[in-house]
Design a protein around this ligand. Sequence first.
Ligand SMILES: Cc1cc2nc3c(=O)[nH]c(=O)nc-3n(C[C@H](O)[C@H](O)[C@H](O)COP(=O)(O)O)c2cc1C
Length: 328
Amino acid sequence: MKTKINRRFCVAPMMGYTTPYARSLYRILSKKAFLFSEMIASKTLIHSKNIQSIIANNKQNPIALQVGGSDYKDLAKCSKLAYELNYDEINLNVGCPSKAVQKGSFGACLMKNKILVKNCLEAMQISKNIEVSIKCRIGLGKEFNYDFFESFIDEIIKSGIEVIYVHARNAILTGISPKDNRNIPPLNYEFIKQIKLKYPDITFILNGGIDSIEKAINLSNIYDGVMLGRLIQNNPFCLKDVDFLFYNESNKYEISENTVTEYFNFIKPKVGTDSIYRLLSPLLNIFFGIPNGKKFKLDIHSKMKDSNFDVLEKIFLNFVREKKILIN
Ligand SMILES: Cc1cc2nc3c(=O)[nH]c(=O)nc-3n(C[C@H](O)[C@H](O)[C@H](O)COP(=O)(O)O)c2cc1C
């Protein structure tokens, strides 16, 4: 049976950011937030030799593996892999507007072909033990069109899926970059409110433009849950308050030397298997907005090339010791 999961606070999939290392930091800071992998193309997932290291789920549950693709057979294989690796959910990306992704016939351009999307989602349901979900936009192009959004949802839920993450803006498939596609098309949360009235039993998670924890709390009281991307990208340490604020846990997590030690214990065995920057970058955000933080950051950068993780760990430990009050 599927595990019953509360998706009140979700960390958005972000390529290059929600790496296995970042996710291990997120999980140290919050036991409850629902996590996502980066998007992985279905063919990469199936054929890559070192895929285990990219998608290994180091007991980071609750967590979804996000895939990009539109070949049913491949997607069914991906579901099987996700299930074997103990993911709670497999999510189909129907929101990415990049040219490369369009060339591979996946991402947001699939919103043009709702029957194909429905068939993909159907094929992905290989077991009752894994949730299948989708992350999509509210439409395509420059104009809002609620009827288009509604008929897309009408079709895809025929597949039987029950969880839908919506980045509440259109995707513009030509002329602007993926980055601009996260800012230029205006937000429209009303579409999600309206579709929820039609399908009260489906879980709709709101994504897009939620740039503070206060906003996230307010919106999570109105919608089934919220998904945050760039706020976590810039400051993952705000996850320390999530269990308390969103899941009624009685204690707030305090950042301490243990946070650093636990993180280093996770990455030290991975040294040599991935770049030092990917291993360390999630922790570098600890200096965000802290007086003199830059000094520590420069120190870390100057010592990174030696790859001496004990030295690097000591710098982080000193910083936390010195700034404990400010970072908590
Ligand atoms: C660096 C970066 C990488 C992203 N990669 C993905 C991805 O792999 N899959 C996906 O569905 N969305 C991806 N997104 C979009 C986010 O998941 C999210 O929908 C978007 O940033 C809007 O949420 P926000 O306003 O809270 O940032 C990415 C966003 C950023 C900033």
